[in-house]
Design a protein around this ligand. Structure first.
Ligand code: ADP
Ligand code: MG
Ligand code: MG
Length: 255
């Protein structure tokens, strides 16, 4: 079993006016086999948490710790984090002109495994992953994210998730802006990923809709840079009915 543990994490973002504190003490522990939904209003720092775990240089950790199986994640390079088993799907994925989806996937898999995948089985694996995402096979020859529709970006990230089989996946608003068919494809991929008991998931989202298809083990309400409340799936239902207002007001009163 693997554990991703976030302890009292404080993070500043670099702005033109200087550093600004965004994360104000995030506590969260995810074990393999668990799906944690992180739900919060826009601007609450959800993407900041994801970028910090990814090792984005714009974010500075000013306090707290993050460990993956006891190893200091924050001391690792971006590559080392991937090799340690962390996968991130970004809310706004970057375009990589001139690098095909096929080459990108192969390079990523090689970096993670420490050796190149065998070509014959690899091509088959890639084709199967694309087919499951209902993407054409020639999609593999397109440049990463260049001119992709919103749905294509998310589907290609779901293909990455399947082909890289990380220990922990962090999906940042992978569900946002998807039509119902694309949402179901994403949900199916996530559910298939979670059939491996060695896998764990942090599902960051603004909307409760995806929770109809992906059953969370825990739901966290995330407000103003920290976890404000934790519960089971019933907390997701409460949020769907009542929104974040109660938690936002309480956070303001405490600030
Ligand atoms: P969420 O993903 O929950 O919507 P974000 O992590 O994207 O929230 O943003 C959290 C807060 O950090 C917001 O108030 C946002 O305006 C602020 N922020 C993020 N990046 C910058 C930046 N480069 N300059 C100034 N403020 C920023
Ligand atoms: Mg965000
Ligand atoms: Mg795995």
């Amino acid at each position: 079993m693997a554990t991703l543990q976030i302890n009292d994490l404080h993070v500043d973002v670099e702005t033109e006016a200087g550093p600004k504190q965004i994360l104000k003490g995030v506590d969260l522990t995810i074990n393999s086999g668990e799906v944690h939904a992180i739900m919060g209003p826009n601007g609450s720092g959800k993407s900041t948490l994801a970028y910090t775990l990814a090792g984005h240089p714009k974010y500075t950790v000013t306090g707290g710790s993050v460990t993956l199986d006891g190893e200091d994640l924050l001391a690792m390079t971006v590559d080392e984090r991937a090799r340690a088993g962390l996968f991130l799907s970004m809310q706004y994925p970057v375009e990589v002109p001139g690098v095909s989806v096929a080459n990108f996937l192969r390079t990523a898999r090689t970096a993670i495994d420490g050796q190149a995948p065998k070509l014959r089985t690899w091509v088959k694996e890639v084709n199967e992953a694309l087919t499951r995402q209902e993407l054409d096979l020639d999609f593999a020859e397109r440049s990463v994210n260049e001119g992709f529709s919103g749905g294509e970006k998310k589907r290609s990230e779901m293909a990455q998730l399947e082909l890289l089989h990380p220990k922990f996946a962090i999906l940042d608003e992978t569900d946002s802006g998807l039509d119902i068919d694309a949402l179901k494809v994403v949900a199916n991929t996530v559910n298939r990923y979670m059939t491996d008991p060695e896998h764990g998931l942090m599902l960051i989202t603004h909307y409760t809709r995806i929770l109809r298809y992906v059953k969370p083990t825990q739901v966290h309400v995330y407000v103003d840079g920290r976890v404000a409340a934790t519960g089971g799936p019933e907390l997701g239902e409460e949020l769907e009915a009542e929104g974040y207002e109660k938690y936002v007001s309480a956070a303001k009163a405490n600030a």
